[in-house]
Design a protein around this ligand. Structure first.
Ligand code: AMP
Ligand code: ZN
Length: 492
């Protein structure tokens, strides 16, 4: 069972991956979580293939303006700080902590580097200077704009990623503010002169101001991954303008486009519609974990949700609703339970021919093949479900484990375990729960053992026998020895 490497990285054996992280001005929403879980699986799988992966996921803590506008609008973090009468950095810290907590509940691995935009202001000023020096940027009234017209005249890189034509670019950007300062309507701000409302501001050669939102990702990806790196990711709502503008900036500053592969995750819907706070079509991760929302009938665990995210390919939309979550919860339990069953199976007879070996080993290989085909987790899971049927027949004796053979059982068990826990990043929640309850079980058993001991001292044999027999019936065995009575749970 050998997972295959298909794409060629820029540096042999290493992968550089940059993913646009959250803007930390409010609680992370469940759509963001889907995107970050999708990239977590990609990160995990690349590492599983043996690559050394440097995964950079930024924190946007300046420059992301209301309505994704270009300038004149208020910075999202700055606005929240003003409304809550807090320091902008208090807002940033609060929602960054909240974001990390939720990511950990989803068992998402931390990125290798998590840079913040405000920690890279100097580098952003330098990139603006470079863009101006190379003739792709111009100053107007203290702000600096990227000259998209020059780029469009020289190359065909701008608009390609999002499939936009020049005419479309013009239409999409026509309604933006500060058109009078721009030479061309599709030009975008890379440095913005701060008006009096702006709390976040820095001194730069052009004005006291702040960087345009798109600039941070160009700067931080270049700083940590180089001018060209392997994978750039984010939600597909970022293709335009954010990623197109990153491409423009890289071209303007370095003369090339930044990433070899662009990976965009698709949107999470709620009851078939785009999630929107203003329309009330919204649900938070915490509401999902507690069941406290009119959109759902009960609570769903983080792992049921993680499984749910993996049930659609990252590039397809995914609709969250009570029925789809319920199905995911069942699917999650079936895979985990079947894995636990599989672990307990063994074959004692060694034969020269094992009738089931080919089918089972091909089944698990097929799951890895699906992962090799653009990280297709839902199809890999479908292959695992096909194997579940065979495994459950082995467990209930409809098929013989001797026809599978020990080698096959071991191979399939390892493949299942790697896919479920290492690659999909699932946890067995029932096992975690069992650990939590072990102390209580231990205390309860000590009480039962003490009561039986008392009955025996009182020569109350019917009571002491009843305790032993009742425990036996639920597969708990008592063993009397010199050190007192021990207990153990037997396999059913
Ligand atoms: P933001 O905090 O808005 O900058 O978004 C952080 C990340 O989440 C970006 O990669 C977005 O593309 C992604 N994202 C935003 N909304 C959704 C959604 N409804 N479904 C999936 N991903 C989303
Ligand atoms: Zn970005």
């Amino acid at each position: 069972m050998a997972p295959k490497r298909r794409s060629t990285p820029i540096i042999e054996g290493r992968v550089g991956m940059y993913v646009c992280g959250p803007t930390v001005y409010s609680d992370v929403h469940i759509g963001n979580c889907r995107t970050f879980v999708s990239f977590d699986v990609i990160y995990r799988y690349l590492m599983y293939l043996g690559y050394k992966v440097r995964y950079v996921r930024n924190i946007t803590d300046v420059g992301h303006l209301e309505g994704d506008a270009d300038s004149n609008a208020e910075d999202k973090i700055s606005k929240k700080a003003r409304l809550e009468q807090l320091e902008p950095m208090e807002i940033v810290q609060k929602y960054t902590n909240g974001f990390h907590e939720i990511m950990h509940r989803f068992n998402t691995l931390d990125p290798s580097i998590e840079p913040r935009a405000t920690g890279h202001i100097l580098e952003q000023i330098e990139m603006v200077e470079e863009i101006i020096k190379r003739g792709y940027g111009y100053e107007a009234n203290g702000s600096v704009y990227f000259d998209t017209n020059k780029l469009l005249r020289e190359t065909d890189v701008y608009g390609k990623l999002s499939g936009r034509k020049v005419e479309d670019l013009l239409v999409e950007t026509r309604d933006l503010k500060n058109q009078d300062e721009k030479r061309h309507p599709s030009d975008f701000a890379i440095w913005i002169k701060a008006d009096e409302r702006h709390l976040l501001r820095w001194n730069a050669p052009w004005s006291e101001g702040f960087p345009g939102w798109h600039l941070e990702c160009s700067v931080m990806s270049t700083k940590y991954l180089g001018e060209r790196f392997d994978i750039h990711g984010g939600g597909n709502d970022l293709k335009f303008p954010h990623h197109e503008n990153e491409i423009a900036q890289s071209y303007g500053a370095c003369g090339n486009t930044p990433a070899n592969y662009w990976i965009h995750s698709n949107m999470l819907l709620l009851n078939g519609r785009k999630m929107s706070k203003s329309e009330g079509n919204n649900i938070t991760p915490v509401q999902l974990f507690t069941g406290d929302s009119p959109h759902i009938s009960k609570a769903y665990s983080p792992m049921a949700l993680r499984f749910f995210f993996l049930q659609a390919h990252y590039s397809s939309t995914l609709d969250l609703n009570d029925a789809s979550l319920g199905a995911a919860e069942k699917g999650y339990r079936r895979l985990i339970d079947t894995y636990n069953t599989l672990k307990g199976l063994s074959s004692t007879v060694s034969k020269s021919e094992h009738a089931l070996a080919g089918e089972m080993e091909q089944g698990i290989q097929a799951a890895f093949d699906e992962m090799n085909d653009d990280f297709n987790a839902p199809k890999a899971m479908a292959r695992m479900f096909e194997l579940c049927t065979v495994i459950n027949k082995l467990a209930d004796g409809q098929l013989s484990t001797d026809d599978a053979g020990q080698h096959t059982l071991d191979t399939v068990t390892k493949g299942f375990s790697d896919l479920l826990f290492v690659i999909f990043g699932l946890l067995d929640e029932s096992a975690a729960g069992a650990d939590d309850h072990m102390d209580q079980l231990q205390g309860l058993m000590q009480l039962v053992i003490d009561m039986r001991q008392q009955a025996r001292l009182n020569k109350d044999w019917p009571t002491s026998d009843k305790i032993r027999d009742t425990l036996n019936a639920i597969h708990i065995e008592l063993k009397d020895g010199k050190e007192g009575t021990q207990w153990k749970i037997n396999e059913k």
